[in-house]
Write a protein that binds this ligand. Structure first.
Ligand code: M6R
Length: 608
């Protein structure tokens, strides 16, 4: 949801900023812009263009190599359409100070009216421009950009990451954050500010975490962080553990395809080091959580919510703890019954999703113990949770989440197994069986990916379908929801996931001659296998074209059948979701859509 990058140092700022924006474009691609400071007192160079980064690069035409300080922005529009004028950076009244912003300033109308009364003229429809004008006024009063930023932040309501640059001090960038991400990249003779570390990963692996309501002043050789009262604080330093290559396409046509193929490794990495013996599990991260909770509440959004729905089955079956799963965006606006005996688990790939963050804070304020499952080190959600279980999926760049989901489910399975062994709710033989099954998953995913070509060809045959339905029961139901979400966001097709048993209560009326239905069959020995097979027959009898996803335990006579390896029923979504991802990917390609940057979406949704 808007990518932000700032650079100050002895290297050409423009190329560093553009490189950062390229890596952050997944956060939003409605427009892109830069402000560059040349020498002291010289006017800022500001260029901004609606559309993708390539439009901005075209307009810049490789110029301004002598700038050594600059800020850049890639936008996911909230206030004001995706036009050149609404693109960031925005200037103050003097034109000497430029601001970029991620988030929403909730009181911008009030600020704008106040500034207009004092004679300020606004050019854009954005909430951000009020901040630029206010910052300009405060800078005029104090003569110090950091002081001005602190005063402005104290007046803002909502969420923001802000970066500002001023023409009289070209090597100084001031940033601030509240509820939106901002990290500092510490280089040698150069420093970076960015929404996430991918923006500067090829230049430094040393990063600083900024806390809530902090202001940072960055020059080529110094980083100073204060709170809003101006008191110096020491930010937490950390080392980035992956390299630039991990954030590049590496020969794949799209990031999404690369990330689908990275799943065997992502799952293996998330399982790594968890089993000290073949029948025991260790999760050191959970030491901060007291074992006395009576129930679990999982809060998440989108694909992460589906991970929660899948994980519920293992938590209840193995650990015998009641689990509820709720959309984070709904949770905050009701009065849930929460106590210290509730363990609230938030799941988020980015660790910055605003709905999830706000739900976490709400749960904490009600006294819950909190655990987050997250893929992004140093992000806000894990920082604000009592404990964190990191997934090890590596950077996920494509907007459509793939490897993050599989690793989130694995993390929940690990948690379920850990709690089961703590509470002795399963035997050590059974624990061993589950550990064996978990460890086999990476190879089984690999097997699916090696035989995926016929599925890709089959998918293209459905490219003109108007609607696709997904059916599943038990863990296959949330897998069906995920299949439908992937297809909607990538192929822009109507798609819905249903529980097989629910069909006859209404959705079956949607079936007409030729309607594609993707049915996920549980292993043949499951108690719901027969029921699911009947559901397949029911939709076929009404003209549906069924694509079945099933393991070898079924002998099925269906024209379109995708085989997956056999596994424990509870673990099956780790396998059955892979062909669903490939189906959505291929459909998006066949329909000529932008796979990695689907319309209207952004990777990290940092507004409510
Ligand atoms: O970063 P998060 O895991 O918190 O993101 C949550 C959702 O926004 C995300 O999973 C979204 O639904 C994906 N685009 C789906 O592919």
């Amino acid at each position: 949801m808007c990518g932000i990058v700032g650079y100050t140092g002895s290297n050409p700022a423009l190329s560093r900023v553009i490189e950062g924006l390229r890596r952050l474009e997944y956060r939003g691609y409605d427009s892109a812009g830069v402000a560059l400071a040349l020498t002291k007192g010289e006017k800022l160079v500001v260029e901004k263009k609606a559309g993708k980064l390539a439009n901005l690069e075209g307009a810049l035409n490789g110029g301004h190599e002598n700038a050594t300080g600059g800020i850049g922005h890639t936008r996911w529009a909230t206030h004001g359409g995706p036009t050149d004028i609404n693109a960031h950076p925005h200037l103050d009244e003097s034109g000497k100070l430029a601001v970029i912003h991620n988030g929403i300033i909730e009181n911008y109308e009030e600020l704008k009216a106040e500034l207009e009364r004092r004679g300020h003229k606004f050019k854009s429809e954005t909430d951000t421009e009020s901040v630029a004008h206010l910052l300009g006024e405060e800078f005029k009063a104090s003569g110090d950009l950091a002081t001005a930023m602190r005063s402005v932040c104290a007046r803002l309501r909502g969420s923001f990451t802000l970066l500002a640059i001023q023409s009289d001090n070209p090597n100084l960038i001031v940033g601030a954050r509240r509820n939106s991400p901002l990290v500092v990249g510490v280089g040698s003779g150069e420093n970076f500010l960015a929404s996430d570390v991918s923006a500067f990963i090829s230049h430094t692996k040393k990063a600083l975490e900024l806390g809530q309501d902090q202001v940072v002043v960055v020059t080529p050789n110094e980083v100073v962080v204060t709170d809003l009262a101006g008191k110096t604080v020491t930010p937490k330093e950390y080392e980035i553990t992956w390299d630039a290559k991990a954030a590049e396409r590496g020969g794949f046509e799209h990031f999404m395809l690369k990330e689908i193929y990275e799943q065997p490794k992502a799952v293996a990495d998330t399982l790594l080091g968890r089993f000290p013996t073949p029948s025991t599990i260790e999760l050191k991260e959970l030491e901060n959580i007291s074992g006395n909770f009576q129930r679990i509440l999982i809060l998440a959004c989108g694909t992460a919510y589906h991970a929660g729905l899948i994980g519920k089955y293992a938590l209840e079956e193995w650990a015998k703890i009641p689990v509820e799963v709720e959309l984070a965006s709904e949770f905050r606006y009701r009065n849930p019954v929460i106590s210290e005996q509730t363990l609230v688990i938030t799941i988020s790939q980015s660790g910055e999703t605003m709905d999830t963050l706000m739900a976490l804070r709400h749960a904490k304020s009600l006294g819950a113990q909190t655990l987050s499952i997250c893929n992004t080190m140093g992000s806000t959600i894990p920082r604000e949770s009592d404990s964190v279980l990191y997934t090890h999926a590596g950077p996920e760049i494509a907007v459509a989440s793939t490897k993050a989901l599989l690793t989130q489910v694995i993390a929940l399975d690990l948690l379920a197994l850990y709690l089961a062994s703590k509470r002795s709710s399963i035997t050590s033989n059974r624990t061993k069986e589950i550990i064996d099954a978990l460890l086999q998953l990476p190879n089984k995913i690999e097997e699916i990916l090696e035989t995926v070509e016929p599925l890709r060809a089959m998918t293209r045959g459905y490219k003109n379908a108007t609607s696709v339905l997904f059916l599943g029961r038990h863990v296959g139901f949330p897998a069906a929801l995920e299949g439908a979400l992937k297809l909607k966001e990538l192929a822009y097709m109507h798609a819905e996931g249903f529980a097989g048993g629910e069909l006859k209560h209404g959705p079956i009326a949607l079936i007409e001659e030729g309607t594609p239905v993707i049915a996920i069959l549980p292993p043949a020995k499951s108690e719901i296998a027969e029921k699911m097979r009947s559901n397949v027959q029911e939709v076929r009898a009404r003209g549906a074209r069924v694509i079945a996803i099933a393991d070898q335990s079924h002998s099925l006579d269906l024209p379109e059948l995708i085989r997956i390896p056999e596994s424990e029923e509870i673990l099956q979504p780790i396998l059955s979701i892979v062909p669903l991802q490939v189906f959505a990917y291929e459909m998006a390609v066949a329909r000529g859509n932008d796979v990695d940057q689907p319309r209207n979406l952004a990777k990290s949704v940092t507004v409510e």
